[in-house]
Design a binder for this molecule. Structure first.
Ligand code: TXA
Ligand code: MG
Length: 338
């Protein structure tokens, strides 16, 4: 599946740029927009053809459900049923990097494709000022997955979007690097058992402090509760080696903590997980260079945002194996994963 060729414009995130982006969205176009997590590939969530063109541009092999972005909680409540758990989380963390999967309301102006046939919908109110201004100006909910081609690393700068999707989207609204740099935390509240579908930019512990323990989704990779949990995801084109103490010859070495001369870069010289999250995808983009044999990454602590960082790194390391298996090749890199 490949999207139709378009002339991609780069719009500044000022008043005229945001107005033009809103006009394009209302007209059924595709606009990559900045959020505090990652850049999204946005379209009018009520327009079936526009939503379908998101999948075409991403080259997604199947229709995964998409996150619907709204300007505020009031707008979100018109689309889905909020119980007391959802109210509490939305009050505490919206606008922000939290996505809630809730039961859809019947007969709302929302494409069925955003739910991929499920009776639930994933909702988020982003905090990024340009995203909020665009949501208000467009006057429609905006469906937006991360603005990368399927299986590639998520974009945290307009340049990443252009490298992946130039000619496939109508515009990129450029507001510089994303403050958080990791996708939103996805929590499923559509049943009585609240579940963490994807660790992300909001620490799971913060959610659990308000609504109690979160179940983890079933780990059967063929029947994921959230298709975003598919193992093949976020892959750079060269191999990735995790929990590396030191680089092997030819490797690009990503450190965590004080930068030393063995490292191509440090995720955070001060050992701050928030800074590491914000830099992760940008470093993977920058070091995804065939001049290196692979990318090696130092161990990252498995607490708070470290959980989401390690989740993305494990998927990225697995990505090439999963692809090879789909093509009937043996999984060569498996032994290097730990
Ligand atoms: O930070 C983010 O969440 C970014 C920005 C653009 O908002 N968006 C993003 O979208 O990461 P995407 O499509 O790459 O990931 C959406 C995640 C996937 O894991 C998807 O399976 C899950 O949300 N999801 C969406 N709707 C769902 C639903 N109805 N039920 C279960 N999971 C759902
Ligand atoms: Mg994505």
């Amino acid at each position: 599946m490949s999207g139709s060729r378009r002339h991609t414009r780069r719009l500044a995130a000022d008043e005229p740029g945001i107005a033009e982006a809103a006009r394009l969205i209302r007209a059924g176009g595709l606009v990559a927009l900045p959020t505090e997590t990652v850049y999204g590939l946005g379209a009018d969530a009520g327009n079936d053809r526009a939503v379908a063109s998101i999948f075409a541009a991403k080259g997604r092999p199947r229709f995964n459900p998409l996150i619907v972005h709204l300007p505020d909680l009031e707008a979100a409540k018109t689309l889905a049923h909020f119980d007391s758990r959802a109210e509490r989380l939305a009050d505490a963390f919206w606008p922000g990097p939290l996505t809630l999967v809730l039961r859809r309301k019947a007969s709302v102006r929302l494409s069925l494709l955003v739910s991929a046939g499920l009776d639930t919908v994933a909702l988020r109110v982003p905090a990024q000022p340009a995203a909020r201004a665009l949501l208000r100006a467009a006057e429609c909910p905006i469906a937006a997955p991360s603005a990368n081609r399927s299986g590639r690393v998520s974009p945290t700068r307009a340049e990443h979007v252009m490298a992946d999707l130039d000619g496939l989207v109508d515009a990129v609204l450029d507001d510089g690097p994303c403050a958080i740099g990791l996708e939103s935390t996805v929590v499923d509240l559509s049943t009585d058992t609240a579940a963490l579908l994807r660790p992300g930019g909001l620490a799971a512990e913060a959610v659990e402090a308000l609504i109690g323990p979160l179940a983890l989704p079933e780990s059967d990779p063929d029947a994921p509760r959230s298709p975003g949990m598919l193992s093949r995801h976020y892959a750079p084109s060269i191999p990735l080696r995790l929990n590396a103490a030191a680089p092997l010859p030819g490797e690009a070495f990503i450190g965590f903590g004080p930068h030393d001369h063995h490292q191509a870069a440090s995720l955070s010289p001060s050992g701050d997980l928030g800074e590491a999250a914000a830099r992760l995808f940008d470093l993977l983009h920058r070091l995804d260079d065939p001049a290196y044999s692979s990318i090696a990454v130092m161990p990252i602590p498995e607490t708070g945002l470290g959980r989401a960082i390690n989740d993305r790194l494990r998927r990225a390391a697995r990505g090439r194996d999963a692809e090879a298996e789909e093509n009937g090749e043996p999984a060569k890199n498996r032994g290097r994963e730990n």
